[in-house]
Write a protein that binds this ligand. Structure first.
Ligand code: GLC
Ligand code: CA
Length: 620
């Protein structure tokens, strides 16, 4: 992984980060090394070998900077210091080294849409209307309604409920914050402010050797500057959803291009941006087209938002969805880069969402939990784009138990939505919100990592009060027993991450074609190598090839997303096998011994899929 590019044989030169496996670490909950109940950087360093053995290439560390923790570090008060419970700047240096000596890399979380109210810049900005940093944040005078009541500059609703404006007594103006009032938005219109961001937050860490950034809320830096009211979509609220006022604004591409030129490119740093509220490929491509020189990759959220009631008011009112809906979304975002110079990402978990196995799998019995977590693993590992895993996904960590009450929830967003439901006084709204939180809340992914079956799950020493409660199931679901267990989810991940690399032409770089789009239980698709000159369909175009020119090679992925046995589709037909061709089972989530025996010769049809079984067939 040295250098910017990796030689990929006949695929040609591709940037190293395309076939890398990224792994997100949520520092508060990964590993506590000093008994204060909070995870920390030394704790993470002690587990780097675990990540290396899993097959991780890049660690993405969620924010560790100094912060009053109004939003778990996404409110930074000093970008050049580390929040003391997490460690020190020197600990980050040690972490960089620990990654690099293993051939791994480290990216940090860059939070520069906003700072904390405790940041020196904001303190200066709020000190007077004439302060030179006044325009580093977004200040506006009050408005007055027909009755002469003071109201905010616009009617916008923020992400964490409530208005996007907070009144500042001292200078008698409002400041803008898309998130909590402790997270004032920086004003990217100010060139001095932008320069300070590049220098102070990015170059500082890149100089110290970090390899790049996951860039928070990357499409919200350029606001529409008219500051007008959003249309009223919820007449019962003073605040209205208004993402069109700040997402993908008029200067966004200029800003990101500049950021890349000044603070990423000179270091060869990798970038992956968080791109919310951007559900159209035509809007996403400009960010990730290589020629545009903006971001290497982005996270597009249509899939991971399945089940939510929307982004704003009804977010936590759960909306059930069908497998065909999910497949359509995946197909859309798998294929949107085909024929372009763009790139995409693959993920089904992060720190802002419930656990994948609880949302998309089946946790009703231990067998179904294990089977579905493996099938989700196979699904992710066979999709095109750069793969991102979230801590605990590899051991099938589940949502918090549904017996836990609101007291166990700590996240500002979930708690604000719950308070809003309570304020409505409507019992059904309260119950529905609690139900939705039970599936979707950000808290589920933030509880301590389950390392082993010792008290506190090996996350912290026995007797320590952990910052969030340890899952009741830690004795059954933990990394230690899965390291030992042959058929464990963890060992399946290790295996499949290696297969993904071995067959990267198919899995990382291949084209995607959905099969059986309307099937309610089977998720099946063909992955086809992009190499070769033939444009023929796999149905008419058989097997393989290594080398330039000639035919492409293909794999068919068949995943049973149900607890019933399902017939398997005609694998040989899909692969375009001739009589003498054999379709081979490359991998199954079921027993690996079986897998070797499963060759499909002439006229053979594949056996039925067991509940939540996933398989990949190839014909080369
Ligand atoms: C991103 C982060 C989220 C945070 C928000 C504000 O969406 O992923 O955790 O609350 O930005 O920084
Ligand atoms: Ca600690």
């Amino acid at each position: 992984m040295n250098g910017l590019y990796r030689e990929n044989g006949w695929l040609g030169k591709e940037p190293w980060w395309k076939d890398a496996t990224f792994y997100q670490v949520y520092p508060a909950s990964f590993k506590d090394s000093n008994g204060d109940g909070w995870g920390d950087i030394p704790g993470l360093i002690s587990k780097i070998d675990y990540l290396h053995q899993l097959g991780v290439d890049v660690v993405w560390l969620s924010p560790v900077f100094e912060s009053p923790q109004a939003d778990m570090g996404y409110d930074v008060s000093d970008y050049q210091k580390i929040y003391a419970p997490y460690g020190t700047v020197e600990d980050v240096d040690t972490l960089v080294e620990a990654c690099h000596i293993r051939g791994m890399k480290l990216i940090l979380d860059l939070v520069v849409n906003h700072t904390s109210i405790e940041h020196e810049w904001f303190k200066e900005s709020r000190s007077s209307k004439t302060n030179p940093k006044r325009d580093w944040y977004i200040w506006k005078p009050a408005r007055y309604d027909a009755e002469g009541q003071q109201i905010p500059p616009t009617n916008w609703r923020g992400y964490f409920a409530g208005p996007t404006w907070t009144w500042d007594e001292h200078t008698q103006e409002y400041y803008l914050h898309l998130y909590a009032s402790e997270q004032p938005d920086l004003n990217w219109e100010s060139e001095a402010c932008r320069e300070a961001i590049y220098e102070n937050t990015m170059c500082f860490w890149l100089e110290r050797g970090v390899d790049g950034f996951r860039i928070d809320t990357v499409n919200k830096y350029s606001k529409r500057t008219e500051y007008v009211d959003a249309p009223i979509t919820n007449p019962n609220s003073p605040c209205q959803p208004a993402p069109e006022m700040w997402c993908n604004g008029p200067r966004i591409h200029e800003f990101i291009h500049e950021m890349r030129a000044k603070a990423l490119e000179p270091y060869g740093a990798v970038s992956v941006g968080e791109l919310s509220n951007t559900p159209h490929p035509s809007q996403v491509l400009p960010y990730v087209s290589a020629a545009a020189q903006e971001l290497d990759m982005v996270f597009e959220f249509s899939m991971i938002r399945l089940g939510t009631g929307g982004m704003f008011g009804p977010k936590y009112i759960y909306v059930p969805f069908s497998l065909p809906q999910m497949k359509a979304i995946v197909a859309k975002w798998q294929t949107f880069i085909e024929g372009t110079d763009g790139w995409t990402t693959v993920f089904c978990e992060n720190h802002d969402n419930g656990r994948a196995v609880s949302r998309f799998g089946d946790c009703s019995t231990p067998e179904l939990w294990r089977a579905s977590a493996k099938t989700l693993a196979l699904w992710q590992a066979t999709l095109t784009g750069t793969l991102f895993l979230y801590q605990g996904q590899e051991i099938g960590m589940t949502n918090m138990p549904d017996t836990w009450g609101i007291d166990e929830y700590k996240d500002v967003e979930g708690l604000n939505f719950y308070a809003e439901a309570q304020a409505s006084g409507d019992q059904k709204t309260i119950e529905d919100t609690m139900h939705g939180l039970g599936i979707l809340a950000r808290d589920h992914s933030r509880i301590p990592f389950q390392w082993d079956d010792s008290p506190n799950a090996g996350f912290a020493d026995e007797g320590v009060k952990t910052w969030m409660r340890v899952h009741d199931e830690y004795r059954n679901i933990n990394a230690a027993n899965q390291t030992a267990g042959q058929d464990s989810i963890l060992n399946f991940y290790k295996r499949i991450l290696r297969l993904r690399k071995k067959y990267k032409d198919l899995f990382v770089f291949g084209t995607f074609r959905l099969l059986q789009a309307e099937h309610k239980a089977i998720f099946a698709y063909v992955k086809e190598s992009p190499s070769g000159t033939s444009n023929a369909h796999p149905q008419t175009n058989g097997h393989t090839v290594n080398g330039h020119g000639g035919k492409k090679r293909a794999a068919v992925v068949v995943l049973n997303f149900s607890k019933e046995t399902q017939d398997c589709l005609d694998v040989r037909g899909v692969l375009g096998c001739d009589d003498e061709d054999v379709a081979r089972l490359l991998v199954s989530t079921w027993h690996r011994e079986d897998a070797k025996r499963l060759m499909l010769g002439k006229n053979a049809s594949p056996p039925a899929l067991k509940p939540w079984e996933g398989r990949v067939y190839v014909s080369f």
